[in-house]
Write a protein that binds this ligand. Structure first.
Ligand SMILES: *[C@@H]1O[C@H](CO)[C@@H](O)[C@H](O)[C@H]1NC(C)=O
Ligand SMILES: [Ca+2]
Length: 496
């Protein structure tokens, strides 16, 4: 038999624990699109700006700037564009490069992946891994709660019985027990109230959380399944390649190419032509797309050789019979270097966050040295709204911390080729920790080739190394917002 006060204590304790558990649930659980997670961005107190790797002043020299090589002097220069473009189709002999089925193009260095994105599937499966234990945990909690609630009901029942007994006793000996009875009746009402109102609603909240998680898992599973299907069936990419061709996209504009789509270009007659996406609309067009991120369908954590040759999907058809939609790709360091060496070249970097806000960075001069010089980067003449990350480093950092996030003058690094400025220790590699191939310093203020995080905001515990390895442009959204879209486009400099 339970004595009255111990039951009451037990029940109160139990209700209290539910209440605590409930509030904890409210704050721990973030719906995926909610704004509950704090976003660290901009300047000010408490900003968790990452990007750099602090110096141990006793043992390491203070980082300095490395001078960037001057941009190519001379070389080929366009005159201002003629006011009216000549008639379309200065017939270049049409070269037919057949798609050979599957995901492979004739020019193998590019477009060897499914545009449907087997990589996306891998990413999804990874995310699923973190959701599953969370659900298991919640499931357990609910089961515990259900068990406890069963006990709870039992207590209440016993109490009921006791009340009936007491009432009988009251009838027998009313004077003796009336006071005690009143008290126990009050407790009974209190407990009954709580039982009816709190318990079911608590259970309901937890249930709905589990249901949502289950639904999410279901969605993930569906996506993964459909991705798998897409990967089983060979995806045929067939787009009509325009008749107009040229050295690069500016050349194509001048020959009458008007639409933004996939073109064949041949910057150097010694090398065979290859496919690129030309942006013919943004800021007067003529842009050769060298880098593009938009949906995470292509993994960018790749080898030196892969970055050298280029990877990803150049373009696909958005319903038309030509490839009007760019894919995610890296044009390739050899090609980028070669294009920037023809003559003075500018780069336009466009960024978009997950709120749809867009900014850009334009460098009036952009050049990349050859492989012998580790594809050293040189940029100058910044203008734009994104912040001059490449030349000035992360705006959130000060002093040496900022210096070590400057990219101008840096060599290219990949996880298998460490050319960064962060020691020679094999364990300390920017490309490994920050997940992409890039002109890492120690390490970055901008990381356009980083890991793609769906929905943008991410935290150190979601990353592999606890570093800000997302698609980051610190001067725009800080370290912990991985951008939705990034693209880099180049164009020969000419008089506007
Ligand atoms: C550089 O960053 C470290 C932490 O990452 C901080 O302790 C240090 O004060 C910073 N130095 C400057 C000059 O801001
Ligand atoms: Ca290093």
């Amino acid at each position: 038999m339970f004595c009255k006060s111990s039951i009451v204590k037990l029940l109160l304790l139990f209700l209290l624990s539910i209440a605590i558990d409930n509030t904890r649930c409210d704050s721990d659980y973030d719906e995926e699109d909610s704004t509950a997670a704090p976003v660290t961005e901009g300047e000010g107190e408490g900003v968790d700006a990452r990007g750099h790797r602090p110096v141990n002043r006793q043992r390491e020299p203070i980082p300095t700037l490395r001078p960037a090589p001057p941009p190519p002097s001379g070389g080929f220069r366009y005159r201002a564009r003629p006011t009216k473009a000549p008639a379309r189709g200065q017939a270049v002999k049409q070269i037919v490069y057949p798609d050979i089925g599957g995901c492979r193009h004739a020019s193998e260095e590019l477009g060897v992946l499914c545009p449907t994105g087997c990589e996306l599937q891998t990413a999804l499966v990874k995310q699923e891994k973190t959701v599953k234990p969370a659900i298991a945990d919640l499931d357990k909690k609910i089961r515990d709660l259900e068990r406890s609630s069963a006990t709870f009901y039992e207590f209440a029942n016993q109490l009921d019985q006791r009340l009936i007994k007491r009432q009988k006793q009251i009838r027998d000996n009313e004077n003796v027990i009336s006071e005690f009875n009143k008290e126990i009746e009050q407790h009974y009402v209190f407990i009954k109230d709580n039982l009816d109102s709190n318990m079911p609603s608590n259970l309901k909240i937890l249930r709905s959380i589990v249901d949502t998680l289950h639904q999410k898992l279901q969605k993930l599973e569906n996506v993964v399944t459909s991705q798998l299907d897409g990967c089983h069936a060979p995806c045929t990419v067939s787009c009509n390649i325009p008749v107009v061709s040229g050295k690069e996209c500016e050349d194509i504009v001048r020959k009458g190419g008007e639409t933004s789509e996939l073109y064949l270009i041949q910057p150097d007659p010694i090398f065979k032509p290859y496919k690129v996406y030309c942006d013919m609309t943004t800021e007067n067009g003529g842009w050769t797309l060298i880098q593009n991120r938009q949906d995470g369908s292509v993994g960018f954590g790749r080898t030196w050789d892969s970055y050298k040759k280029g990877f990803g999907n150049v373009a696909f058809s958005g319903g038309k019979n030509y490839c009007d939609t760019p894919g995610e790709y890296w044009l390739g360091n050899d090609r980028i270097s070669q294009l920037t060496k023809i003559g003075p070249t500018e780069v336009l970097i466009e960024l978009e966050d997950w709120n749809g806000d867009k900014v850009k960075a334009n460098y009036g001069r952009f050049s990349v040295q050859g492989e012998a010089n580790k594809y050293q980067l040189s940029v100058s003449n910044y203008k734009g709204t994104a912040g001059n990350a490449l030349m000035e480093g992360a705006s959130q950092l000060q002093g040496v911390n900022r210096t070590m996030t400057v990219h101008n003058g840096m060599f290219f690094s990949t996880f298998d080729r460490d050319n960064d400025r962060w020691t020679t220790d094999a364990k300390k590699q920017c490309a490994k920790e920050d997940a992409g191939g890039w002109w890492y310093n120690r390490c970055h203020s901008a990381n356009p080739n980083g890991r793609y995080y769906w929905s943008g905001v991410y935290t150190p515990d979601m990353t592999k190394h606890g570093t800000d390895d997302g698609v980051v442009w610190m001067n725009f959204k800080g370290s912990w917002h991985s951008l939705k879209k990034v693209s880099m486009k180049i164009r020969p400099v000419f008089q506007q």
